[in-house]
Design a protein around this ligand. Structure first.
Ligand code: FES
Ligand code: FES
Length: 155
């Protein structure tokens, strides 16, 4: 039997009927067609599925859609506001992506990191992103991008 959930996604109210076992990431991708949130492992390892739930990073493959009832969710599609967000621009400028598969999760995790550490040093960035894997192994440029993005966000 499906359950009705109501939540806010990227500023818009959403009400939907979901089967109780539906993972949040599948709800986001398949019910809402927000395919910028990726599924790399489905087992809480890679971080490609990171979104913000009530402002905090969550691996959306670790959460059921029904657990998101009443929350506010931001996906990568909700980050840019007409132009690229400064963190996205920093990834572009510092070559923080190769194939781009990990990038939405990296950016969402980086934004939560900067929320908690507005002026992070390199060690803080590396530790903060240790739940996000890049199969292209571009970590050096990803760290440089996050440091530059944090600086740009400070203005
Ligand atoms: S798909 Fe969620 S952590 Fe890999
Ligand atoms: S850029 Fe390819 S997985 Fe990270």
């Amino acid at each position: 039997m499906s359950s009705s959930i109501s939540l806010t996604v990227n500023g818009k109210s959403v009400t939907a009927a979901v089967e109780p076992p539906t993972l949040l990431v599948h709800f986001i991708r398949e019910h809402l067609d927000l395919t910028g949130t990726h599924v790399g492992c489905d087992t809480s390892q890679c971080g490609a599925c990171v979104v913000h739930v009530d402002g905090k990073s969550v691996k959306s493959c670790t959460m059921l859609a029904i657990q998101a009832d009443g929350t506010e969710i931001t996906t990568i599609e909700g980050v840019a506001n007409g132009a690229l967000h400064p963190m996205q621009a920093a990834f572009k400028e510092h070559h923080g992506l190769q194939c781009g598969f990990c990038t939405p999760g990296m950016v969402m995790a980086a934004l939560d990191l900067v929320r908690r550490h507005p002026s992070p040093d390199e060690a803080t960035v590396r530790e903060g992103l240790d739940g996000n894997l890049c199969r292209c192994t571009g970590y050096h440029n990803i760290v440089a991008a996050v440091l530059a993005g944090a600086q740009a966000m400070r203005g």
